[in-house]
Design a protein around this ligand. Structure first.
Ligand code: GLU
Length: 506
């Protein structure tokens, strides 16, 4: 049975790489019978605490469908799940280390420690605190005095599920701080205690923690406790260069992508495959498929580059998949609110509109049924749901007749204005004979084909002319579908408006 945890620090922004460190442990836990996924908040660094950050974490996990079994909000047998509320537990473990002579109170002031570091740097010797231990190593520890680990440098060997067998020499081990002056533990100590108490079987986290591994292993040994398996995830790299992805590279946070209309299924799919594959060419995975196919031994051991184009491509695939498999109603429900479930938690985040709607403002007057009919003909063009704002205006408001736009079209250009006028007249007259009841996509398609024959024009010329006259948009769905959704009155009025403008221009 696998027990894993996501243990973010509430420092504000949830980076995509951080989220991957939630997805993999989620999959590892849920793949095993009775497995548990824990959400623990590592808030011992009070200086970096950002109000609202925990809500953002909860919102992100909820949106992605990464439901936790134990943790904040939900509770569980190993709480509390905020580290700041577990002080007594850390102190108990700290006392065990003091009792066995493996931890010591260290009142050395910060400026003295800085001076040690500076002197070592100047002398070009590696700065190791163990070379500067205080004279009195037996000072009674009490909160208010930092507590340090008393290292016993030795070579270390360990196995990482992703990085393989690793080893280091004694030179990297040091007397790291276990409990700070404020009485709260450091990450280095707290996570060891918590993972043990919470019976975590796999620690899934970024490779940035690898260099501290020898010290962690020494603490496990000094506490005489078993350590979990280590699963170190390589960095998510910026689109260019070899550096770690950061906010500065323009990578948005998960919730920003959500607010642009990226679907949670696509985000989960993209991030899960960023540094993992099942050895096939498959690119689209549902959560159920990931649960079936994910395996630790296929996590790559080198960095994976963040590629927004691929994320958006996958999102387009997911938009189609949801429409095809679950129907227009389901896809529509995603377009009228990015995340209805999170509305209550948005209260903690006043900057976000609580009801994200991906339609143009002008659509608000229209019925759900009408918007669904628009969605049903445009969905396969969307990369993100917010594309609706740009692509569907003409379904909700009258486009401005713009002869220059019309004449600039490469196909229409080939026709004189008189020809354009005559064609629009012919089209208008023919379409007018179709009654409101017969105004269906099928009838329109055959009528357009008839018009093609009677006018003897190339499809690109005739259809571009009609298409632009009814939409004035750079592209639109197939003409018969567009006109069917627009309806008889609107289609005819728009054809007429452009025809009149041409007549006035002649
Ligand atoms: N609190 C750490 C962070 O946010 C978590 C590391 C871990 O998973 O152990 O980076």
């Amino acid at each position: 049975m696998n027990i894993t945890r996501f243990a973010p620090s509430p420092t504000g922004y949830i980076h995509l790489g951080n989220v991957r460190s939630a997805i993999y442990p989620y999959l590892i836990a849920k793949q095993s019978d009775g497995g548990k996924f824990i959400l623990r908040i590592e808030d011992t660094d009070q200086a970096r605490y950002v109000p609202g950050a925990t809500e953002l974490i909860v919102e992100t996990l909820t949106w992605l469908g990464l439901d936790w079994d134990e943790g904040i909000i939900k509770g569980g047998d190993h709480g509390p799940y905020y580290q700041s509320e577990r002080r007594d537990i850390y102190h108990e473990y700290a006392r065990k280390l003091i009792a066995t002579g493996r931890a010591y109170a260290d009142p050395t002031p910060g400026d003295v420690i800085d001076a040690y570091r500076k002197a070592d740097n100047e002398a070009k010797i590696p700065y190791l605190y163990r070379n500067h231990r205080p004279e009195n190593m037996d000072l009674a520890w009490e909160p208010g005095i930092p507590l340090r680990f008393k290292s016993e440098p030795s070579p270390m060997k360990w196995h990482d599920e992703v990085m393989g067998d690793l080893e280091t020499g004694p030179e990297v081990m040091d007397d790291i701080v276990l409990i700070k002056k404020d009485g709260l533990p450091t990450y280095n100590f707290a996570h060891i205690v918590d993972d043990y108490e919470m019976q975590v079987t796999h620690i899934v986290r970024g490779v940035e923690y690898l260099s501290s591994m020898p010290n962690y292993l020494a603490i496990y040994k000094a506490l005489d406790i078993e350590h979990p398996k280590f699963v170190s995830l390589p960095h998510v790299l910026a689109p260019q260069g070899n550096k770690k992805l950061s906010k500065r590279d323009g990578a948005k946070s998960v919730t920003e992508y959500r607010d642009d209309g990226v679907l949670p299924e696509a985000m989960l799919n993209y991030l899960a495959c960023l540094g993992w594959n099942d050895g096939t060419e498959q690119e689209i995975y549902s959560k159920e498929e990931l649960l079936e196919k994910f395996s630790i031994d296929r996590i790559q051991n080198s960095g994976a580059r963040f590629d927004e184009v691929k994320l958006l491509w996958q999102n387009g695939q997911w938009i189609r998949k949801i429409f095809d498999e679950q129907g227009v109603d389901e896809l529509y429900s995603r377009t009228i609110s990015a995340d209805p479930a999170s509305i209550s938690s948005n209260k903690a985040n006043p900057t976000r509109d609580s009801l994200i709607n991906f339609w143009p403002d002008s659509a608000s007057e229209y019925s759900d049924e009408y918007k669904k009919s628009v969605l049903a003909i445009i969905y396969d063009r969307l990369k993100v749901l917010s594309d609706l704002r740009e692509y569907t205006n003409y379904f909700f408001e009258e486009p401005r007749v713009d002869l220059e736009y019309l004449q600039n079209n490469k196909f229409i250009k080939k026709l004189s204005e008189t020809e354009q006028r005559d064609l629009l007249t012919a089209v208008f007259e023919r379409l007018q004979t179709i009654s409101k009841d017969d105004w269906t996509a099928d009838n329109l398609q055959s009528t357009f084909n008839e018009l093609l024959e009677s006018t003897k024009k190339k499809p690109a010329e005739l259809f571009s002319l009609i298409r632009i006259a009814v939409s004035y948009a750079p592209f639109s769905p197939a003409l018969h579908l567009t006109c069917a959704v627009l309806g008889r009155d609107r289609t005819l009025a728009r054809l007429n408006a452009t025809r009149s403008a041409i007549v006035n221009d002649l």
